[in-house]
Design a protein around this ligand. Structure first.
Ligand code: ADE
Ligand code: ZN
Length: 346
């Protein structure tokens, strides 16, 4: 199979993105624009100097920069501009549905109102639906380096807005912050009818994935790549159809893997795990949805069946209604068949 042709297939398939931190889509150019608009002085001379600082040793070294970068987001319009820019960029990659994380605690700790954050993001997502036909879900993440009490306080603040949230997540520094730390908070979220996801097995051990499933009762695991250290867990993920939202370029940038050709994404896919591909924090990790898929195609030798399976999985693992999932999966099947026929005719 001509690799170039598979790249075309990657570009034309409809896809869902399920692991995207909206604050992680803040491109350096926008960071400078917003800093100027809000009279904030950045500790970098220009966009090039900022981009040059994007050399990370691990998750924490990235998070330090990511949280300080988010300080340029102040007004409702800032959150709108950020979210709209992501939607336009994702739309160009044929992402037709996005389930987006936001970190309210990063902003409320700086005195930004929860409503300011939510209103800006929501208004852009409404426009993305109207103008781009892109559907979305919004997932409020708790920062796991903070306490469970602080998580409860955030849930309390979010209470009047719960109808506009589709679920909750858990992110930030994983090491030393196990899922069990948030057992009561996630129990409360469940009682409120909010489905949950959690980052687990990115830098933390495979046992954190098991705990996210058993204690937090999450519907999907974000990252989860360290599951391979526990073969019984890999079997469980496949058997119980628990999706992983894998972010290959993120894993490379944060040294979760040393080289992309050593990534376990393809092995997990072939072991029957519902693996999806996502961009995590694309402004920091050097690529959006298609960049991630194209890099995996090159480094892992993904073939057309793999690529189609990953696109199918992205809808399977989404929180779309079943009839919408089926509609997109039928569309993927139709496009893949047409593509194959074209290849044979050439
Ligand atoms: N917040 C933003 N990106 C993250 C990641 N890759 N892991 C944990 N928390 C995050
Ligand atoms: Zn993430």
């Amino acid at each position: 199979m001509n690799p170039q042709a598979i790249d075309d297939l990657i570009r034309i398939l409809p896809k869902a993105e399920l692991h995207l931190h909206i604050e992680g889509s803040l491109e350096p150019e926008m960071m400078f624009r917003l800093a100027e608009r809000n009279h904030i002085k950045l500790p970098y001379a220009n966009v090039e100097a900022l981009r040059a600082a994007y050399q990370f040793e691990d998750l924490q070294s990235f998070l330090d920069l990511y949280y300080s970068g988010a300080s340029v987001l102040v007004t409702e319009q800032d959150f709108y501009d950020l979210t709209w820019a992501y939607c336009e960029r994702a739309h160009a990659d044929n992402v037709v549905h996005a389930e987006i994380f936001f970190d309210p605690q990063t902003h409320t700790a700086r005195g930004i109102a929860f409503a300011t954050v939510l209103d800006g993001i929501s208004r852009a997502l409404t426009d993305a639906h109207r103008k781009l036909g892109m559907t979305s879900r919004l997932i409020m993440c708790f920062l796991r380096h903070l306490s469970e009490e602080e998580g409860f306080a955030t849930l309390e603040t979010a209470f009047p807005y719960l109808k506009r949230l589709h679920g909750v997540g858990l992110d930030s520094g994983e090491k030393g912050n196990p899922p069990a730390k948030f057992a009561r908070l996630f129990e409360r979220c469940r009682a409120l009818g909010l489905p949950a996801v959690a980052h687990a097995g990115e830098e933390g051990p495979a046992s954190y994935i098991v705990d996210a499933l058993d204690i937090l009762q999450v519907k999907r695991i974000d990252h989860g790549v360290r599951c391979s250290e526990d073969p019984d867990l890999v079997h469980r993920l496949a058997h119980e159809k628990i999706p992983l939202t894998v972010c290959p370029l993120s894993n490379l940038k944060l040294n979760v893997v040393t080289r992309l050709d050593a990534h376990n994404l393809r092995d997990l896919l072939h072991a029957g795990v519902c693996v999806t591909v996502n961009s995590d924090d694309p402004a920091y990790f050097g690529g959006y949805m298609n960049d991630n898929l194209l890099a995996c195609r090159v480094s892992l030798g993904l073939n057309d069946d793999d690529v189609v399976q990953i696109a199918m999985n992205s809808f399977e693992a989404s929180w779309l209604r079943d009839d919408d999932k089926t509609r997109w999966q039928d569309e993927i099947g139709r496009i893949a068949l047409e593509w194959e026929n074209r290849q044979e005719a050439q």
